[in-house]
Ligand binder design. Structure first.
Ligand SMILES: NC(=O)c1ccc[n+]([C@@H]2O[C@H](COP(=O)([O-])OP(=O)(O)OC[C@H]3O[C@@H](n4cnc5c(N)ncnc54)[C@H](O)[C@@H]3O)[C@@H](O)[C@H]2O)c1
Length: 371
């Protein structure tokens, strides 16, 4: 693979180890460059080094930067660092998460007890999404995958607060559906069952005879390969948007559909109300996006990108070169079309006209994307 063939760029939070690291390895194996943001600096640097060694040649494929996802200054620095290092951001895997403090119903009534879990698992995802969207909108689009969990659909006393945070990630993910129409950004979530990572240590290494420890010890695990495959499906499949994808033991991957619409709300009056609201809300958010891009210093580039290629997803140097080559070929063939046109409209026989018009249609179909 040559340097110009390395295409997209991914930001991964919580990628120093565990699921984030496994996904980073899979992305790099596909030629996608990766920037990891985490608070575990030694592990993070080590992971970036391993990823760089994973590929032949001396092209840099990975970088690490200290990032606490609960702080805007860190999150902004992460995405700006990715852009400065690799030229932009096309993919964000928002995966950083914690489980400690989840079994807190009977803990002391102190304000700090409940702070950290939602701050990392929910606010971290929200903050990273908001920054990622600006970088992706500027680039013409992108895809975000959040790490939720089966805990986003289940419930249980032992990890009640963790369950609540993952329900929130599911809600946030599904609520982002309209981003696709606003700025060509898709948002999905992977929802794994238990995976053997350090996170489980928080439960398995607990002192005492917590009955939940035994349950977790003996619970079936989902293979890391299954989780990685689920994430890759969400990244690669352009049709997947606002989707929550379960990854389960037995190598099972399936969509968890949202609950059905409430019958009580399915009236024609309400449907008409929603129909009238949809086009207006899109305009409303497109304006808000421009204001946000302006505050972030990206508006000019965004507008330029919109006027050049409104629906472009992302362009590497190689893709740009290919486009220029295609454009040049198209111009030549366009001239051929004109020649054929003038020929067919003048002295040619009906049979020649028919053959000429067929080749003209073929050129239009293949090179100008008509029909
Ligand atoms: N392991 C499982 O069984 C399992 C199941 C379902 C979902 N998940 C979710 O998967 C994600 C990854 O977890 P994992 O299993 O790989 O565990 P892990 O502990 O190995 O990885 C979590 C990573 O997030 C990082 N992190 C924590 N707080 C952070 C912060 N404030 N800023 C930046 N990074 C931070 C950690 O340093 C770590 O590298 C989490 O969101 C977790 O909730 C895990």
């Amino acid at each position: 693979m040559t340097a110009s063939e390395y295409k997209k760029v991914a930001v991964i939070t919580g990628g120093s180890r565990g699921i984030g690291k496994a996904v980073a390895e899979a992305l790099v194996a596909q030629g996608i460059r990766v920037v990891i943001g985490d608070i575990l600096d030694d592990d993070g640097h080590q992971t970036a080094q391993e990823l760089n060694h994973q590929c032949a040649g001396d092209t840099q494929m990975a970088a690490y930067i200290h990032t606490d996802v609960t702080l805007y200054k860190d999150v902004i620095a992460l995405f700006r660092f990715a852009e400065a290092t690799f030229g932009g951001v096309d993919i964000a895997f928002l995966n950083a998460g914690i489980i400690s403090g989840a079994d807190n119903v009977f803990l002391p009534l102190e304000d700090e007890v409940e702070v950290n879990l939602p701050k990392v698992n929910v606010t971290g995802v929200v903050k990273c999404t908001k920054v990622a969207v600006l970088h992706m909108a500027k680039r013409g689009g992108g895809v975000i995958v959040n790490t939720a969990s089966v805990a986003g659909f289940l419930s249980g006393m032992q990890l009640a607060h963790y369950y609540a945070t993952k329900h929130a990630v599911v809600g946030w993910t599904r609520s982002m559906k309209m981003l696709k129409d606003i700025c060509n950004v898709r948002v999905n979530a992977v929802c794994p069952h238990w995976v053997a990572t350090d996170m489980q240590g928080m439960i398995l290494n607990k002192e005492g005879d917590d009955p939940y420890k035994q349950l977790v010890e003996q619970s079936p695990r989902v293979k890391m390969e299954t989780v990685v495959r689920g994430v890759m499906m969400l990244i690669e499949d352009e049709k997947r948007n606002a989707e929550t994808l379960l990854t389960l033991p037995g190598d099972v991957i399936r969509v968890q559909e949202p609950i059905a619409e409430y019958e009580e709300l399915s009236t024609s009056e309400y449907a008409a109300l929603v129909d009238g609201y949809q086009p207006r809300v899109l305009d409303h958010y497109k304006k808000q996006l421009e204001q946000a891009l302006d505050r972030y210093g990206f508006l000019d580039v965004y507008r330029k990108q919109q006027s050049v290629e409104p629906s472009a997803f992302s362009y590497s140097t190689k893709e740009l070169e290919d486009d220029h080559r295609r454009l040049a070929t198209t111009k030549i063939k366009g001239m051929m079309v004109l020649v054929i046109c003038s020929f067919t409209t003048t002295a040619a026989s009906p049979a020649t006209r028919c053959a000429s018009s067929q080749s003209m249609h073929a050129i239009l179909r293949h090179d100008l994307n008509f029909g």
